[in-house]
Design a protein around this ligand. Sequence first.
Ligand SMILES: *Cc1c(COP(=O)(O)O)cnc(C)c1O
Length: 237
Amino acid sequence: MYDGSPRRDDLAGRLAAVRERVDRACAAAGRRPDDVTLIAVTKFFPASDVQLLAGLGVTDVGENRDQEAAAKIADLAATTRDSLTVHFVGQLQSNKAAHVVRYADVVQSVDRLKIARALDRAADAAGRRLDVLLQIDLSGAPGRGGVAPDEAAALADEVAALAALRLRGVMAVAPLGGDPAPAFERLGGVARVIRDGHPEADWMSAGMSGDLEQAIAAGATHLRVGSAILGSRPLAR
Ligand SMILES: *Cc1c(COP(=O)(O)O)cnc(C)c1O
């Protein structure tokens, strides 16, 4: 249904361009586009954009700031909310974990046991099972979030043992300023090791607006694309 909105046309155009990039990168890598999930990262953009994206066939959205995400998801029409998988991709404090569980279907940024335990308690209290990914630090610079690659398998075993969590795989951001390709290859290696021990953990969330091609080449199953779909982000408020 065409609603005559210039913003809708704007989003539709950029979404189509991103889907074309995904198709080309999949063809180059000998992969099926159906095996790659596009997550529209809607941080800083309003619930009305999420509504429009859902109307354009987007099935997955990502948010990285707890307060903003909670308000935005609450603003969605119930049918839109139910049609979407909501991914939390931001840094998380253990005292925020219970809050995130109220609106997120997937938490991608688990990087220590304390967070995992807090999510597990909150999911258990809510009577549900929460999908989680381990965030892997590819930068070697502590503090930006993520578990070190050589500590990931041990954390995976601990997280997989928590009954209200379902370990689905790994997530990472390419290091700032470096070549993303070798970083994503390294992530692919970590993903394989974890998958060997936990067959359900077959997701690899990698690739953003600037490096989705390299992520697809390295085996990413989930792309987190913000500005290439939504336009440049407004300045932080
Ligand atoms: C903002 C964000 C993205 C999307 O970044 P773009 O460069 O705008 O595509 C992806 N992943 C995380 C964790 C983010 O915070």
